[in-house]
Design a protein around this ligand. Structure first.
Ligand code: ADP
Ligand code: ZN
Ligand code: ZN
Length: 730
């Protein structure tokens, strides 16, 4: 009997045995298989072929179909999946299924139809370079093929913006022809479409260091102040990798993958760029995945999950803004794309280039330990000066719409000079609290231990934690007073008050609400980059990535909220955010200034950050972490459990804590304790933090603990999960 041991998309941490029907050829591991599972049919991946099972033969169900001739993932990705499932303590079947595009999980063919390759005919080659200028699309097709005399496959042509219609029209005129239906494709030559900038000495040194050895695993941390030209370093390193016929995987944070970013990569190289982001249809995603897997796409640009894209000729992985929180998946398979990228670089034997103005403390510790090599860009590129940052002590000051007089004066002056102001608030909506002025009652969310945000357009109380929405009451439910007032300032309210104060300045509000329409953000940014006085009020969305050359003043009305948070990473995050936001100021020729309003002007984090810079601040935070044994000086895993009644998750995690303590092994259990926001969406949430000096002891403890927890009947009465290297203790 031939037994197929499968990983199935199931939350259970186990493999499943099935029988191969007699007479079927034995498939190779890594192929997809369709099987009955309970009353459903699911698609799983073959992990191993065996001759016997712990189950009696008559209990084994036969597989229904084998979907592939060969493994869907190359060997290195396969190893990566095994590693990630173990490291993040996640069921292999579910991890594997998340690595595959949705359509492949649904059973579509992994290999696309054979590829048609096109090239110019003798007649086509004889045409004058602008012979087709009256037919713009045909001209574009001719340009692309003229630049690639060896011909181009259809996905590559598509990526270069060439339509099949225009190819067919040209074929009818015998200007182009199909050369072959091929499976194997060479990477199109990445002729530079645009010359590289002249690198300054720091950039040149960074590029030279990385390209000195492209054939081995190495981790580089490119630490460059905002505006120092990190992207130019990536581009010049990429040019060397592409010229060697290899592919580059570039990971960017979710809000960093803007059309601006994509355009920058596309403009430099005449080679297909495959984009992988959440805005794609399943079909587009599969096509981009296939183009990467077959080696058609030279550059693969994507967010977190793109780290699992198979590459035919892997050459380099770039992780831009490596400190960004969006690289960590916060539910289900809780991997960190930067850390997966590092492991992948090691498996593929290629360099990994991490970049940030504000590296994660983990990365800085890795530099100290000699595991990463640091490359520094200390100057802004292109002659721009670093902005002057000033704290505004607002204790005792009467604010006007949340703004101090000093900030308003600076705004007036900036606008009068015809320049732009960015006001950064990390809160969308009108006001974070609706308050009764007579008795102090505050509106709350019926389902969470949280205050819902008051929104004006349309008018509602909206809980940002569970999505609950309702009309604000007309009078106080406690005392009946009708004097209900908003407290605090969100983007909507600042837009309103600053609009009244500066009626002549064009106003742009950038937050999740104002940019919901596709293209809305791009339209706003296009107008803003044209120049002229303007006020931008925005959240996180404006903090990074975007190039805003006319902004010379950044105001942060409230930087204190980040100083008081239960999360041990709050200080690190605040410092990163302040540096990133400040980095928006003065990116062109004019100098910029940044004003931070605070009631904590003596707070060490702020004074060190402003007085001595981000590195000094990071050193301070690293010392603090070392004292507490927190990452990167120790290793954490967070067990979360939730249920309608508080007792259930509490008791469940109590058993886990006892088990861990009893086992010893260098792992401490902190808790269980109710989560900072205990009730969320109607469920009570409890945390148990596991902490170890050695990563290996933590892994061992988890490997023992989790199957045991899974077998407990109490486990079925709560929803629970494990988060290895948690980024947020919420
Ligand atoms: P970072 O990503 O480090 O914040 P960018 O890569 O966005 O910085 O570069 C900031 C600006 O400096 C961009 O407009 C870029 O075109 C410009 N720039 C980068 N390198 C150079 C250079 N060597 N010479 C001139 N301008 C440069
Ligand atoms: Zn009241
Ligand atoms: Zn809520």
């Amino acid at each position: 009997m031939t037994v197929l041991r499968l990983a199935l998309p199931s939350p259970l941490r186990q493999l499943f045995d099935y029988r191969l029907p007699a007479g079927w050829p034995v498939p190779e591991p890594g192929v997809r298989v369709r099987v009955p599972f309970g009353r459903r049919e699911v698609i799983g991946v073959l992990i191993e072929v065996a001759t016997d099972s712990v189950w009696p033969a008559e209990k084994l169900r036969p597989v229904l179909a084998v979907l592939d001739d060969a493994a869907v993932l190359p060997a290195t990705l396969w190893q990566l999946a095994l590693w990630a499932a173990r490291y993040y303590q996640h069921p292999l079947g579910d991890a594997l299924s998340q690595m595959l595009p949705v359509l492949l999980r649904q059973g579509e063919a992994a290999e696309p139809e054979p590829l048609r390759r096109w090239q110019l005919t003798a007649r086509g080659r004889a045409l004058a370079p602008d012979a087709l200028r009256r037919a713009v699309r045909q001209q574009a097709a001719w340009d692309a093929l003229a630049a690639h005399p060896q011909g181009l496959g259809e996905p590559a042509l598509r990526a270069l913006g060439v339509t099949r219609d225009s190819l067919q029209a040209l074929a009818a005129r015998e200007v182009v022809e199909v050369v072959a239906d091929v499976h194997e494709v060479a990477l199109p030559t990445p002729a530079l479409a645009q010359p590289a900038l002249v690198a300054n000495s720091e950039q040149a040194a960074a590029v030279a260091a990385v390209i000195a050895d492209l054939d081995a695993f190495a981790v580089w941390l490119l630490q460059g102040v905002t505006g120092s030209g990190k992207t130019e370093v990536y581009l010049q390193v990429m040019a060397a990798v592409l010229a060697a016929g290899r592919q580059v995987l570039v990971l960017v944070p979710e809000i960093g993958l803007t059309p601006q970013t994509v355009a920058r990569f596309q403009a430099r190289f005449r080679c297909p760029v495959a984009c992988l982001h959440s805005g794609l249809s399943d079909r587009q995603r599969l096509q981009a995945w296939q183009a990467a897997r077959r080696g058609e796409a030279g550059i693969i640009l994507g967010t977190r999950s793109a780290v699992f894209t198979p590459l035919r000729h892997p050459g380099l992985i770039v992780v831009d803004e490596e400190h960004d929180l969006s690289f960590k998946q916060q539910d289900g398979f809780r991997y960190h794309a930067r850390d997966v990228a590092l492991r992948r670089g090691q498996l593929e034997g290629i360099p990994v280039l991490l970049g940030s103005a504000t590296p994660a403390l983990e990365s800085l510790a890795n530099v100290q330990a000699g595991r990463y090599r640091r490359l520094a860009l200390t100057q802004r590129a292109g002659g721009a000066q670093s902005p002057a940052v000033r704290l505004l002590d607002i204790r005792g000051e009467k604010l006007e719409g949340g703004m101090s007089q000093a900030a308003l004066t600076a705004m007036t002056q900036t606008l009068q000079r015809g320049e732009q102001v960015l006001v950064f608030v990390n809160r969308r909506g009108y006001a974070p609290v609706l308050l009764c002025h007579d008795c102090g009652w505050q509106a709350d969310c019926p389902r969470c231990d949280a205050r819902p945000t008051l929104h004006q357009s349309p008018l509602r109380l909206h809980c940002h934690h569970c999505g609950h929405e309702r009309q604000p009451p007309r009078s106080c439910p406690d005392c009946g007073s009708t004097d209900l007032r908003p407290a605090g300032h969100g983007t909507e309210r600042l837009e309103e008050s600053l609009g009244q104060r500066f009626p002549e300045a064009p106003m742009y509000r950038v937050d999740r609400d104002s940019t919901r329409r596709k293209g809305a953000l791009e339209d706003m940014l296009n107008e803003v980059t044209r120049g002229g006085p303007a006020i931008l009020v925005g959240t996180q969305m404006l903090a990074k990535g975007h190039h805003l050359p006319h902004v010379t003043l950044v105001v942060i009305p409230d930087c204190d909220s980040g100083l008081f948070s239960a999360d041990f990473r709050a200080g690190e995050r605040l410092a990163q955010l302040l540096v990133q936001v400040a980095g928006r100021a003065g990116r062109a020729e004019r100098p910029g200034q940044v004003l931070l309003q605070t009631r904590q002007p003596e707070h060490p984090l702020l004074t060190v950050l402003l007085g001595q810079g981000h590195m000094a601040c990071a050193r301070l935070l690293l010392q603090e972490r070392a004292l507490l044994g927190l990452p990167p000086s120790g290793h954490l895993a967070l067990l979360r459990a939730e249920a309608v009644q508080l007792e259930r998750p509490l008791q469940f995690l109590q058993r886990a804590a006892v088990e861990v303590m009893a086992a010893g092994g260098g792992v401490a259990a902190w808790g269980p304790v109710p989560a900072p926001m205990t009730r969320k969406a109607g469920l009570h949430r409890v945390h148990l933090l596991l902490k170890a000096e050695q990563r290996a002891s933590l892994q061992q403890a988890l490997s023992r603990l989790l199957p045991w927890l899974e077998s407990l009947p109490e486990g079925r009465q709560v929803r629970w999960s494990v988060d290895v290297d948690p980024q947020e203790l919420v």
